[in-house]
Design a protein around this ligand. Structure first.
Ligand code: CP
Ligand code: NVA
Length: 307
């Protein structure tokens, strides 16, 4: 069966653990090598990944490209607007055609249904590079970062801000890999109820709170993201509602000793997070960004049946 990586639940907890382990081993093995050198075993030599972007990207674009290079493969990067997809060719026909040329497809799209359809009609693995619903590759990198710094996934992860795509993948990860997730969103901006219900049905410990201090209290990991995601209209009302959930030094002080801060980036400094936290001693954001590369190498290897 073709291995797609659309959501963390597709792979299941055992495979996620294998991927995280492989990401660490491979990252360690190439320490000190120039970034463009191919890993000694070149496991994806001869393989090509096509990437489709319907939305902007810096990290996802470059980290997937470098991941394929380091694994010995290559990429074709396309903005949807310059493809026939942008003129109305269906996702199903796009899937059928690309499957004849390339070995895997990564897509960043606004509409989660598009990636579901792409996977349905493609004969090659399809990877989620962010949809309006989820961002599983980001959370693989986040988990890798926490494992590196804490030797495990830690205790509670606290989320502050918008109930968005990144949060949905954290909720899934918590349920699959056994860490509690405490969520602090202003009323009206909660995550998808279906995602929460599904995670709870898997035994996930998910709490929704309105008091940002209670959310963060005793947490090992504090996470936030932009208050206005790509594709959403700028709304002053939303920004005002979010303000009490800004991650500040004072709020970080409520977290457990040794707590760390994550942000998928790009950040809106002074909105969801204060500079003092972004640039402070608890922030792991640059390691987190680097780990997109290492985590995605493992995701690619899993999709290609090499893990
Ligand atoms: N975190 C993340 O996905 O970044 P980009 O939007 O730059 O890809
Ligand atoms: N929630 C953000 C994540 C960006 C990486 C967005 O969808 O725009």
């Amino acid at each position: 069966m073709t291995r797609h990586f659309i959501d963390l639940t597709d792979a299941g907890s055992a495979n996620l653990r294998l991927m995280l382990e492989a990401a660490r081993t491979r990252k360690d093995a190439r320490k000190g090598s120039p970034k463009g050198t191919v890993d000694a075993d070149a496991p994806l030599a001869g393989h090509t990944l096509a990437m489709i972007f319907e939305k902007n990207s810096t990290r996802t674009r470059v980290s997937f490209d470098m991941a394929m290079r380091q694994l010995g493969g290559s990429t074709i990067v396309m903005d949807a607007g310059s493809m026939q997809l942008g003129r109305g060719e269906t996702i199903a026909d796009t899937a059928r055609v690309l499957s004849r040329y390339v070995d895997a497809i990564m897509i960043r799209t606004d509409d989660h249904q598009k990636i579901v359809d792409l996977a349905r009609y493609a004969d090659v693995p399809v990877i989620n590079g962010l949809t309006d619903h989820s961002h599983p590759c980001q959370i693989m990198a986040d988990m890798l970062t926490i494992i590196e710094h804490k030797g495990g996934l830690g205790g509670a992860w606290a989320w502050l801000g918008d109930g968005n795509n990144v949060l949905h993948s954290i909720v899934e990860a918590g349920a699959l890999l056994g860490f509690p997730v405490r969520i602090g969103c202003p009323e009206g901006y909660d995550p998808d109820e279906g995602v929460i219900a599904e995670a709870r049905s898997r035994g996930g410990q998910i709490e929704l709170l309105r008091d940002p201090r209670a959310v963060v209290r005793g947490a090992d990991v504090v996470v936030t993201d932009t208050w206005i995601s790509m594709g959403q209209a700028h709304a002053e009302e939303k920004l005002a509602a979010m303000m009490p959930f800004q991650v500040t030094k004072e709020l970080m002080a409520q977290a457990a000793p040794g707590a760390v801060f994550l942000h998928c980036l790009p950040a809106h400094r002074g909105e969801e997070v204060a500079d003092a936290v972004m640039d402070g001693p608890q922030s792991l954001i640059w390691d987190e960004a680097e780990n997109r590369l290492h985590a995605q190498k493992a995701v690619l290897l899993w999709c290609f049946g090499k893990i």
